[in-house]
Design a protein around this ligand. Structure first.
Ligand code: PMP
Length: 406
C-alpha cells in the first residue's frame, strides 16, 4: 500500500505544532478533524479572487462562484454515489441535516400517534430533533436496544414495526462504541414495511467509502468538518421522491420560484431546501477535502485506520484496569472509548492534555447510551488518516504515567 504517512502529515500544518512544549498528539478526530493545506488554500483563493454571491448574478465573478459551488455539489454526489445532484442539499452539518428531515418529514408525513424508530446508541442530534417533533405533533420515539457487545439487536428492531411506524433514523457508526451498524440490513427490513430510513453518516464518511445507492437509504447526513473539510458545512442526501414530498425547511431567497402575498411556489430540488445565501466558500473547501481523501483512497484510509485501531486496542489492553467499550477490533471503526480503573475520565483527559495528547472526555452527546452502559462518561481516543502507531505509544505511555500518579 502506497500510504506515505510522513508526507501525508506534512499536508496538515497544525500537526507540526507543540502543546505545553510537547509535540501535539491529536486523537480527537471524532469531534473534528484537522484540515489539509489544500482545503484552506482553496477557500482563501476563492475569497481573494472570486468572491461573489452565487446563483443570482449575471456578472463574471458571480458566475464563476456559482460554477465552483455547483461543481462542489457534483463532487459530493460522486463521493457518496448519489444518483443526481438534485439529491444533494447543503446544510450546516449533520445536526442541521437531521433536524431538516425530522422537521419536514414530521410536518409532511407524520400525524399524532405515528412513530419513529431510533437506536439506543444515537448521538443527541438524532434523538432530540425527533423529540421536538414529538412535542409538537404527538409522535412517539421507539428505540432499538443494543446488546452487551454494543451492537444493535436486529431481532428486537424488527419487532418495533407496526402500522404507526413512519421512519427509521439510525447512525452508521457509533461515535462512542465505534460499532459499524449493518445499515443495509436496517434499510432492507424497514423497506419491507414500506418505511424510509435516515442514516447518520457523521462518523462513517471520514473512515470508509459510502455508497448511498448500495445502502438504499432514503436520507443520509454528514458533516464537512469531520472529513477534513471546513466547519459550518454539511450535506443532506435525500431520494428525490422524498425531497419532493416533504415541505421546505426554511423560507427565504433561493428556495422560491415565484412569490406573491397570495401564493408562493417553491424552487426545484435541491434549492427548495437551501433558503438564503449558501456558504459557497465552505462548499469549495468541502469539495477539496473530498478530493483529498479520494486521492488517498478511502480503502487505503480504512486499512491504515483499522491497523491503528487494532494496534491501539492491543496496546491499551496491556494496561491494568483498562476497560474498552464496544465490539472487537475487527468489527469497529477508529474510535475507542475507555475507562482506566477508577480514574475519572475528566482527570485522565486533563492530565493527558498536559502531555500534549488531545482526547475527548464525557458523555459524547450520547447520554441515553451512557445510561445503558451504566456509566457517566468515558475517555475517548479517535483516529484520523494522519495518526501513527508512535502516537498510540505516546498515549499508552501517558496513561501508564497517570495511573502511577493515582
Ligand atoms: N451524529 C454523530 C454520530 C456524531 O458523532 C456527531 C458529532 N459528534 C453528530 C451527529 C453531529 O455532528 P455535527 O455536530 O457536525 O452536526
Amino acid at each position: 500500500m502506497n500510504y506515505q504517512i510522513d508526507k501525508i502529515r506534512e499536508d496538515f500544518p497544525i500537526l507540526g505544532r507543540t502543546v505545553y512544549g510537547k509535540p501535539l498528539v491529536y486523537l480527537d478526530n471524532g469531534a473534528t478533524t484537522q484540515k489539509p493545506r489544500c482545503v484552506v488554500d482553496a477557500m482563501t483563493e476563492e475569497y481573494y479572487n472570486v468572491n461573489a454571491n452565487v446563483h443570482r448574478g449575471v456578472h463574471f465573478l458571480s458566475q464563476r462562484a456559482t460554477d465552483l459551488h455547483e461543481q462542489s455539489r457534483e463532487t459530493v454526489r460522486k463521493f457518496i454515489n448519489a444518483h443526481s445532484t438534485n439529491e444533494i442539499v447543503f446544510t450546516r452539518g449533520t445536526t442541521e441535516s437531521i433536524n431538516l428531515v425530522a422537521t419536514c418529514f414530521g410536518d409532511g408525513c407524520m400525524d399524532e400517534g405515528d412513530e419513529v424508530i431510533v437506536s439506543e446508541m444515537e448521538h443527541h442530534s438524532n434523538i432530540v430533533s425527533w423529540q421536538l417533533v414529538a412535542q409538537r405533533k404527538g409522535i412517539k420515539l421507539r428505540v432499538i436496544p443494543i446488546n452487551d457487545e454494543g451492537k444493535l439487536c436486529l431481532e428486537e428492531y424488527e419487532k418495533l414495526f407496526n402500522e404507526h411506524t413512519k421512519i427509521v433514523s439510525v447512525t452508521q457508526v457509533s461515535n462512542v462504541l465505534g460499532t459499524v451498524n449493518p445499515v443495509k440490513e436496517v434499510v432492507r427490513i424497514a423497506h419491507k414495511h414500506n418505511v424510509p430510513v435516515l442514516v447518520d453518516g457523521a462518523q462513517s464518511t471520514p473512515h470508509f467509502a459510502v455508497d448511498v445507492q448500495d445502502i438504499d437509504c432514503d436520507f443520509f447526513a454528514f458533516s464537512g468538518h469531520k472529513i477534513y473539510g471546513p466547519t459550518g458545512i454539511g450535506v443532506l442526501y435525500g431520494k428525490e421522491k422524498w425531497l419532493d414530498r416533504i415541505p421546505p425547511y426554511m423560507g427565504g431567497g433561493e428556495m422560491i420560484k415565484n412569490v406573491s402575498f397570495e401564493k408562493t411556489t417553491f424552487n426545484e430540488l435541491p434549492f427548495k431546501f437551501e433558503a438564503g445565501t449558501p456558504d459557497y466558500i465552505a462548499t469549495t473547501g468541502l469539495a477539496k477535502a473530498l478530493d483529498y481523501v479520494s486521492k488517498l483512497g478511502m480503502d487505503n484510509i480504512l486499512a491504515h485506520e483499522q491497523e491503528l485501531t487494532r494496534y491501539a486496542i492491543e496496546q491499551m489492553n496491556q494496561i491494568e484496569g483498562m476497560k474498552i467499550f464496544g465490539p472487537s477490533a475487527s468489527e469497529r471503526d477508529a474510535v475507542i472509548s475507555f475507562q482506566v480503573g477508577d480514574i475519572h475520565h475528566l482527570d485522565l483527559g486533563t492530565l493527558l492534555d498536559r502531555l500534549g495528547i488531545a482526547i475527548r472526555t464525557g458523555h459524547h452527546c450520547a447520554e441515553p447510551l451512557m445510561h445503558r452502559l451504566g456509566i457517566q462518561g468515558t475517555a475517548r481516543a479517535s483516529f484520523g488518516l494522519y495518526n501513527t502507531k508512535e502516537e498510540i505509544d505516546i498515549l499508552v505511555t501517558g496513561i501508564e504515567r497517570i495511573k502511577k500518579m493515582f
